[in-house]
Design a protein around this ligand. Sequence first.
Ligand code: 4AZ
Length: 458
Amino acid sequence: MRTNIKIGEESASPLNPGRRAENKAVKNKAVKKQRPRTDMRSQRKPGTSWRVILITIVSILVILGILAVAAYFIAQLIESKYFFCYKSLKFIPLANACNGKADCSGGEDESSCVAQFATNSTFPVRLVSNLTVLQVYSGNMWGSVCADGWTPQHTQVACQQLGYTVNPYSTTVSLDSLSPEMKKLFYGVGTVGARTIQSNVTIQNSCSSGSVISLTCSNCGPEVPASRIVGGQDALIENWPWQVSLQLGGQHTCGGSLVSPNWVVTAAHCFTGNKAVSRWSVMPGKTHMSSLGSYSVDKIIVNEAYNSELSDYDLAMIRLSNPVTIGASVRPVCLPPHQLGLRGGASLVVTGWGSQQEEGPSSSTLQKATVPLIDQTQCSAVYGASLTPRMLCAGYIEGKVDACQGDSGGPLVYFDGCWMLVGVVSWGIGCGKAGYPGVYSNVDQMLNWVYSVMQQNS
Ligand code: 4AZ
């Protein structure tokens, strides 16, 4: 048994070099024997190499994605501070764009800026009262248009004059339904051929057909199934499809309302300090705030009479570079007829993504709030001379439900057969404060301007 032990010790520490060489040879043999195993590894199953390729591609895509997102945010950051002169490939401070002095060598910083527009004449066609009776202005007088001899071509021309080409549609209204004011003077139309309705009309004492023309020029303001906003509720864009987000450098800044596929009505004060048209875009059809797929803007026109200190004539219009595609979540609101005659207490709805409390962030979901119209004299008692005829008030004297920052420029609508844009969110003292209702631009008082802008810039 001991012998066994001796033999064991010897083999554990081989002192004989001959034996060592022999051992090495054995080891080498063992390595050589392993080679075929290495070869087998290079003949991996096909799935393994695909996995490597896939991982490489995904890694590259992830890296490219991260780079693209980083580039986007860097571009946004630069864009928020600088204007890019694309002809001379240089940046200038944003404040130098649209300042009346060309800072880019090609002058492109001054070539597309917010423009002003003044109306020095009466827009010669209008729709009056909730009956939307067509009136024309000729020889310094407004008169209702008789249905006698009226043709679909006349409808087409009148709607075109009002800036609409979509769904021109006319009906007749009996003379008995008209107010004394609308029966003061009548016009008969001649054969169509002229580009304007008023160019070929004759004064008449009455209409032999016994009726006048009522006009609808666009399938605007469809009825909704159900019915920064403070005290509002979540809303769906499908129910308020004219609501758009007006974005500056991709950031929601103001609300706006589509009044046709390529015109948006908003507030003039949205453009104070940001007059470079290229920085603005319009996002229609979204309940949740987003900036992907917004429409570019090719003209911004503010009312020349806008007074930034008084917020008087706080109205502007935006022309889109391409018309929006009309659908369930994108559709224009109707412009109100003249003398709609709303009284204090009329139920109005304001919508927007503005703050849900004063100084708060804007809301990511569209909000709506029902606010009653406040009688003009009652509101003058609150705001005094600050309240001009171009403004109207809506809300509750006890506060709580109101428009707020970020809702500016957005719609205040009234339903009577269709939804009509009666107001545009403009200003107020705080948001939802007791005793201080929201103040809106009074669209009725600036319809002449709205129609003139659409007609002269289409
Ligand atoms: C604003 O700053 C603003 N409560 C809009 C509406 C109101 C107040 C402020 C009305 O845009």
